[in-house]
Design a protein around this ligand. Structure first.
Ligand code: SF4
Length: 663
């Protein structure tokens, strides 16, 4: 068993752990030492020992997961590891951490902490079963199964309730939100002989007692940084925070450092207040009346905006007939409900809690309506049945700095895509990381031999009407040469559907039988599984396939990107940020828009080469890559592939691959 080392011996220990004769080599099949991995681990260990901030880019194949987990497990301090998705969280907790812990013989206590919506809530389950207001018969049947599960489960994690699908509509009725959790007033809050302990609080207590806690970015920003009940002590107690997939943080931080209020929250308040009234204040006849009025006013507000999902700027909202009046009516309805709930609050914890929720929602609605904070941009997002009013910070740097100040600790930001060429300036300034050290480790893959970047000639302006036709025309001979085995990544859903139609026509016309898969026709994981199994498919996708997708081997040998992924300039948050930067005399294009495109293209390109034996072509169709001076910054930020503008080279790449594979 390895003991937690003193700082000077850490370097030697890491060299031993990552060596050919070390414990990892003995425990992990196919393990090979990589210089980049060792150096990254050493830098992370040094930053941890010195309570410093490190921003580290590690190319695909560096082995960055082990490079941060080994020092984290050896450090002897408390560490939070935050990653991009629940899937990655499960991979770390279920596979990588147990492997290293076993290999190193470390008795480190590890906890997995998910967002509260993942845990069954005793209070809401009991309340829903008692008032029986389920939307469908199926929901009612599922609720009975969940009640049985509640009697036997130890964790209350809904992922363990295999009898009920994870996306079943009953879950929001038997889990809690930060809004509707009763907190201290809940009978389940404290362990006592009559009541089962609250699952959310139990999971948070375990996380507090653990040496290493695995969370995801949403949970980190929503609960840990903003200190929800039961997680408030987590950050102050920890010595190191490690963010993997750290390129996602500006987006996530903007979301959680902002304020928002949704029609779903208001409808849920009306529903809960009505149900608490039935349980504890049946004689208060005004309560159901005010709840119904709120429900109606909220629905009327949603109807003032178009039905299609969209992101609307404040000028668009205020120009909409009826919007401002409908909002004022909703605010008056919440005010009336809050006033009535105050008079009933002492009749039960549930009513008291609804009163507090109503007051908080009222305050958020009024703040949104008045828009007194000029550092936030107000906008709204519409969904098919809902509307969310948002106030998003124009800059997150100052808020991040405030959150990171106080108790000294190490902060590690790592990802395969953080830098623009060798420059981390845009990331550090956006995130407010003023004194951060930064470093890059190249991928160990042999890119000049394994990959080719192909930028076709003669493509029209990406805004022209027939651009999708031109892209499919240019990509078709390459798709034929590769025999499918391709991702076709589009920058919009509209382009994605058009490309799908055009490719289906081409396949039919040329009587080629290559399977065509389209994002959305199945769940992402099922679609990827089919893609891998088929071995000659073309998968057409947009945003959700640009990152976090790992297809090794020959099934993926060609990645086609239709356009450089610039965010739409009329996006309400983007345009307000651009405006603010311009007013400060800064160049928003170079400082903000271009770096985001570079990171996205690097992510898209990163799908192609996943290990030493992968080979493939990256085809970027957008003519701006070559025609514009900024294009150079994009392709120079990509791994060092061979480059060509000739179709014949791209086609020949696949014939050479087929020959060397003996096909
Ligand atoms: S404390 Fe909150 S989450 Fe826990 S049982 Fe009570 S209401 Fe549910």
């Amino acid at each position: 068993m390895l003991a937690a080392p003193d700082e000077p011996s850490m370097t030697a220990l890491l060299a031993e752990v990552f060596s050919t004769s070390g414990p990892l080599a003995a425990a992990v099949p196919g393990y090979r030492p990589r210089q980049q991995q060792l150096e990254l681990a050493e830098s992370i260990a040094a930053a941890m020992a010195g309570n410093r901030v490190l921003v580290a880019e590690a190319g695909t194949g560096t082995g960055k997961t082990y490079a941060y987990l080994v020092p984290a497990l050896l450090s002897g301090g408390k560490v939070i590891v935050s990653t991009g998705t629940k899937n990655l969280q499960d991979q770390l907790f279920g596979r990588d951490i147990p492997t290293i812990r076993r290999a190193l013989g470390l008795p480190v206590k590890v906890a997995l902490l998910k967002g509260r919506a993942n845990y069954l809530c005793h209070h809401h389950l009991a309340r829903s079963l008692a008032d029986g207001r389920f939307l469908t018969r199926e929901d009612a049947a599922w609720a009975q199964r969940i009640a049985r599960f509640a009697r036997t489960t130890r964790s209350g994690d809904k992922a363990e309730c295999v009898d009920v699908p994870e996306n079943a509509t009953v879950w929001p009725m038997v889990t809690s939100t930060r809004d509707n959790c009763l907190g201290q007033e809940c009978p389940q809050h404290k362990e006592c002989p009559q009541h089962k302990e609250c699952f959310v609080l139990a999971a948070r207590r375990e996380a507090l007692a653990a040496d290493l806690v695995v969370v995801n970015h949403h949970l980190f920003f929503a609960d840990v940084m903003l200190r929800d009940e039961g997680t408030a002590e987590l950050l102050p107690a920890c010595n190191t925070v490690i963010f993997d997939e750290a390129h996602q943080l500006p987006e996530v931080a903007s979301l959680f450092f902002g304020e928002s209020v949704s029609t779903a929250q208001l409808l849920e308040l009306a529903r809960d207040a009505q149900s608490e009234g039935l349980a504890a204040a049946r004689d208060c006849l005004d309560l159901p009346r005010l709840c119904s009025r709120l429900e109606k006013d909220v629905r009327d507000l949603r109807l003032t905006l178009p039905l299609e999902p969209a992101r609307c700027s404040l000028p668009q909202l205020t120009a909409r007939p009826g919007f401002a009046d409908a909002l004022a009516t909703v605010i008056a309805a919440v005010e009336a409900l809050a006033g009535l709930l105050e008079t009933q609050a002492q009749r039960g914890e549930g009513l008291d809690h609804c009163w507090r929720r109503a007051s908080e929602l009222l305050q958020r609605l009024q703040a949104w309506q008045s828009g007194s904070n000029e550092d936030f941009v107000r906008w709204a997002e519409t969904y098919t049945h809902a509307l969310q009013l948002n106030a998003t910070p124009l800059a997150i740097a100052g808020i991040m700095q405030k959150q990171m100040s106080g108790h000294p600790r190490a902060w590690i930001f790592t990802s395969a895509t953080l830098a623009v060429q060798n420059d981390f300036g845009h990331y550090c300034s956006e995130m407010g990381l003023v004194d951060a050290a930064s470093a890059r480790w190249e991928s160990p893959f042999d890119y000049p031999r394994q990959a080719l970047l192909y930028a076709p000639r003669n493509l029209p302006d990406p805004n022209s009407a027939d651009y999708a036709e031109a892209v499919v025309g240019a990509a078709w001979p390459v798709l034929r040469a590769s025999g499918g085995r391709a991702f076709f990544l589009c920058t919009s859903l509209r382009a994605m559907r058009r490309v799908h139609e055009l490719l289906a026509d081409r396949l039919a016309r040329d009587r080629l039988e290559l399977p065509l898969l389209l994002q959305g026709e199945q769940g992402k994981n099922e679609l990827l599984e089919r893609f891998r199994r088929l071995g000659n498919a073309i998968l057409i996708g947009s945003q959700s396939f640009w990152e976090g997708v790992d297809v090794r081997g020959e099934a993926l040998s060609l990645v086609v990107i239709d356009k450089l992924p610039f965010a739409p300039p009329d996006d309400p948050v983007l345009s307000a940020r651009i405006e603010r930067m311009r007013s400060e005399g800064r160049n928003a294009f170079l400082e903000y828009q271009l770096p985001r495109v570079v990171i996205n293209v690097k992510q898209g390109a990163g799908r192609l080469i996943r290990d030493e034996t992968d080979r493939g072509v990256l085809m970027i169709c957008d003519p701006r890559l070559i025609a514009k001076t900024y294009g150079k910054r994009i392709w120079r930020s990509l791994p060092p592939m061979q480059r060509t503008r000739e179709l014949a080279d791209a086609v020949a790449f696949f014939s050479a691959a087929a020959e060397s594979a003996g096909r």
